[in-house]
Design a protein around this ligand. Sequence first.
Ligand code: NAD
Ligand code: ZN
Length: 354
Amino acid sequence: MQTVEVNTAPDYRVHIGHGAYQQFKDEYRPLLNGADKIAVVADEQAWSHHGSLLLDALGGLDLRVLKIPAGEQAKNADTFMAIHSFLLENNCSRKSVLIAFGGGAAGDVAGFAASTFMRGIVYFQCPTTILAHDSAVGGKTAINHPSGKNMIGTFYQPAAVLYETRTLATLPEGEVRSGMAEVIKHAFISNPGWLEELLKIRQFSAMPDKELETHLAKGIAVKAAIVEEDEQEHGARKFLNFGHTLAHAIEGNAGYGQVTHGEAVALGMVFDLLIEEHPRTDEYVDWCRANGYPLNLLTALAFDNLLPYMKRDKKSSGGELVFIALPETGVPAVAVLTEEKARIIYGKLQNKIR
Ligand code: NAD
Ligand code: ZN
């Protein structure tokens, strides 16, 4: 078991490993015992596979479980209201505790509900995807608006994150790739030695559990350090957007659901590496290929179709294009590019992956 401290206000801990839910008994028992009700809001897919792990660990406590639709379909106002209705029907109060169980989507909507129910109740995050090593830390909660992703939300920290890595065994391959892209993103922006280790992986499924646990803990520590420095996203937090300007355009252009978020980020990072011609670009492209990232999308998608999405990126203003470049591993920097320059880099990118 590994533990990472997140020193935001309030601070909290992330417990990562086999048996992480044991912490409910060991450390958080007083918090649970002090609650008048404990509600679990669970992604139905994750719950069908792994709900029993949580139920076993919390045996003896009176839990109310609400299953919400799997993945992104849950991140809307309907589910948000359904969670509130469920809490009210079960006579929950300000003294109740909510446990969010699932990937980033369930964590985001359940966290948003926890932050707004009676102006905020104590909640725990129990992530069940690799990507959620990213989303469960940092305190951002959200639902989508029909005209934009994550448009409605709050900053709200959990009491703790209990990351049971046994849940990750059932993740579909695309979700493993999605999460591992954010892991390697955290390495690119922070740590050359760790990046080197990750670049050696040729098949995620062959990675021993202990190794995955270590990578997740390292990723969480990087995210935590950045979030501690910049809780409300005014500065360093934008470096977490490494790979994301093109990624959002790919997701928008290919159609949401056609490619997982992290797969798009994996491709977006090739672009960002090319801005400053990072020396590990070729090695990284090989890594993407070996691990099955959909590089062919980059030949299928034309720059002109991606451009409008990149102009709309939240980092951009006044039509300029903003990316996160990487002059050196561990040293991300904001790069403002003209349309012409971005077009040239995209051309280089297409040549590289052909
Ligand atoms: P997800 O929550 O949509 O889950 C992906 C799929 O995997 C779903 O179908 C889900 O049902 C299934 N699943 C979850 N756990 C499983 C398991 N253990 N076994 C089998 N299937 C399982 O995807 P995600 O990638 O975890 O999260 C993406 C969401 O996270 C997006 O909505 C994104 O906006 C959000 N996000 C938030 C932050 C933040 O800071 N709050 C950061 C990054 C991403
Ligand atoms: Zn991301």
